[in-house]
Design a binder for this molecule. Structure first.
Ligand code: NDP
Length: 556
């Protein structure tokens, strides 16, 4: 039973790794597991308590072997059944020692003469230096975007704009593997994710919006859609190229020009995208890319000649931006944080649901605004779900993100790792129980093992705040009404998931969930044709689909 697991499993509070085989570790592990297993309806409470506490001795059969209940038996091949390393080649990648700003179609040095390092979070090695733009550089970029808007881009018919977008999409496809490797090196996400999810979606967004560029009258029948002018676009570090595509493709399709600011920790692929824009012969100044920290973003937001701000990032910065544009003519869309409920009903296909939980929270190391970070499980299936989840996280491979077998890569930055640790500590202090896989973490780099909390209450910080890491908070519910109430009990409203075999239940529940996106019997599925965005503190405005055109046009 649980103890067969213990030999392989570790309980870990942040910074302190305790082997469950040590005496204190066992006591602690047992204490944690009592709460999970004691509620198993199929087994009497007293038996469970005994088997959880008694360390193997009392479970021994006559032949001295440990008696393990059939349902808790696991095949354990030890090290003999592990994957061989399958590292993606990266020696051909041409990293520049320094990346300049991309303004007016050229790479130019920042006025400040300052650069900051970009670190590979998996190795802590410096990859390159990135130019730090200040208000003077922002001014140049905005002026260049204005010139390009006035003289070239606003005069091109939609079908001509579409040709550029198609060309960019094809070039991205051609260079997809190289860009995926760069994305992985710069941000820490696994190569299988950047290769199979991010890059195909980046190209798909440009293809999709290329299709709309000459069909705006069909997007808004009976209305005339006109571009806004210059869009200032600020993106985060969790999906650097994908967020650039989400922002640039619809803006350009609608006839706007852009000034894009990538996140400080993940600027490299944006500069490689700039090279692609040059190669696609996009007219100078139509897209400008300025790198830097929060101050650079602030200068962009404050610039008086910006017509629209599109932002993806934290709710706290989103609030600052809302204040900054209040009283101006700037249009604003915000895609902010989330604390999504992933709801598992008793009639759900449990094995598939567990896979949905895994992709919901551990995809991209949990650095996902729409991550299913609050798991709501109906009480009857709670023990089974927890048991399967516990087994499944033990199989997740954490480590070198460039290895094609890796499931969980590096945490994006030291700062983000500290934030995750701080929130996990708060969960432990507030009385929740932590379960972590015993994945061996590399000595260098920023890592966090796949983890989940049980015994979470709605008032815990880990149930309310975005952890933005591979840490799940599990709670239970009894009735559909309680599930809805718990799911909506958050200041956020970005996404949710529901698992049941009843279609009617899906429709009934979904209509009551206050979330911009709800996945049914799946999770974290993205498509350029589908609108994405939130309610409440998750922001406003939609990206993707026909809806994604609306923030970039005025209609008359
Ligand atoms: P931020 O919101 O700070 O960063 C998002 C972008 O905004 C970055 O490009 C950032 O620049 C820029 N920025 C920061 N401050 C300002 C400002 N005052 N004016 C204009 N632009 C600004 O997110 P963090 O990277 O600091 O992450 C903090 C937390 O936010 C995470 O732990 C997570 O919870 C959440 N988050 C949510 C995301 C989402 O998709 N909803 C994405 C990323 C984070 P720079 O990076 O250079 O500071």
């Amino acid at each position: 039973m649980a103890l067969a697991w213990e030999g392989r499993c570790f309980c870990m509070s942040t910074g302190l790794r305790v082997c469950a085989q040590s005496q204190s570790g066992v006591a602690r592990f047992v204490q944690q597991w009592q709460n999970v297993i004691v509620s198993t309806p199929a087994m009497p409470r007293k038996n469970l308590r005994r088997s959880a506490i008694v360390v193997l001795d009392q479970e021994k059969g006559h032949n001295g072997r440990v008696a393990v209940a059939p349902r808790d038996r696991h095949l354990d091949f030890g090290e003999k059944w592990s994957y061989a390393p399958a590292p993606e080649a990266h020696d051909y990648i041409k990293l520049q020692p320094r990346y300049q700003l991309f303004i007016g179609g050229k790479f130019v040095a920042p006025r400040s003469g300052k650069y900051f390092p970009s670190i590979n979070p998996a190795t802590e090695e410096k990859l390159a230096e990135i130019a730090e733009a200040d208000a003077r550089d922002i001014d140049l970029a905005v002026k260049s975007a204005h010139r390009a808007y006035k003289n070239v881009w606003s005069k091109l018919p939609g079908r001509e704009r579409a040709k550029f977008l198609y060309r960019i999409a094809r070039l991205i496809q051609e260079k997809a593997r190289e860009l995926a490797v760069l994305e992985t090196m710069d941000g820490g996400k696994t190569i299988k994710e950047s290769r199979d999810i991010d890059l195909p979606l980046v190209a798909a967004h440009f293809f999709y919006y290329a299709g709309w560029a000459d069909k705006l009258e069909y997007a808004f029948p009976g209305r005339t859609a006109r571009a806004l002018g210059v869009a200032g676009q600020i993106i985060p570090w969790n999906f650097p190229l994908l967020m650039a595509a989400w922002k640039l493709a619809p803006a350009l399709a609608c006839g706007n020009t852009c000034v894009l600011k990538p996140a400080e920790t993940t600027s490299i692929t944006a500069m490689h995208l700039a090279q692609i824009l040059q190669e696609a012969e996009l007219p100078d100044g139509v897209v400008n890319i300025v790198t830097g920290a929060g101050e650079t973003g602030k200068a962009l937001v404050d610039h008086s000649d910006i017509n629209k701000i599109a932002f993806t990032g934290s709710t706290s910065v989103g609030k600052i931006l809302t204040q900054a544009v209040a009283g101006t003519n700037k249009r604003l869309t915000l895609e902010l944080g989330g604390k999504a409920a992933n709801i598992i009903f008793e009639d759900a296909p449990i094995d598939q649901a567990v896979e949905g939980i895994i992709s919901g929270i551990y995809f991209n190391q949990g650095h996902v605004c729409c991550a299913g970070s609050r798991l709501l499980v109906q009480e009857g299936v709670f023990p089974a779900v927890i048991r399967k989840l516990r087994d499944r996280i033990a199989t997740l491979r954490v480590g070198n993100p460039l290895d094609k077998n890796t499931d969980i890569g590096a945490i994006n930055s030291r700062m983000q790792l500290e934030k995750i640790c701080e929130l996990v500590d708060s969960g432990l202090k507030q009385g929740a129980e932590l379960v972590q896989s015993n994945a061996r973490l590399p000595a260098k780099g920023y890592w966090y093992p796949p983890s989940f909390f049980t015994g979470v209450t709605a008032s815990h910080r880990i149930a309310q705040e975005e952890i933005f890491g591979p840490v799940l908070s599990v709670m239970t519910f009894r009735t559909p009404e309680e599930a809805i109430e718990r799911a909506n009990n958050t200041p956020y409203g970005l996404s949710a998931g529901i698992w049941t075999d009843k279609g009617s239940k899906i429709f009934k529940i979904v209509s009551k969930l206050r979330a911009g996106v709800v996945w049914a019997n799946t999770y974290n599925k993205f498509d350029p044709t589908s609108p994405f965005g939130g309610y409440k503190e998750s922001g406003f405005g939609r990206e993707g689909g026909r809806h994604g055109l609306l923030p970039y046009v005025t209609l008359s």
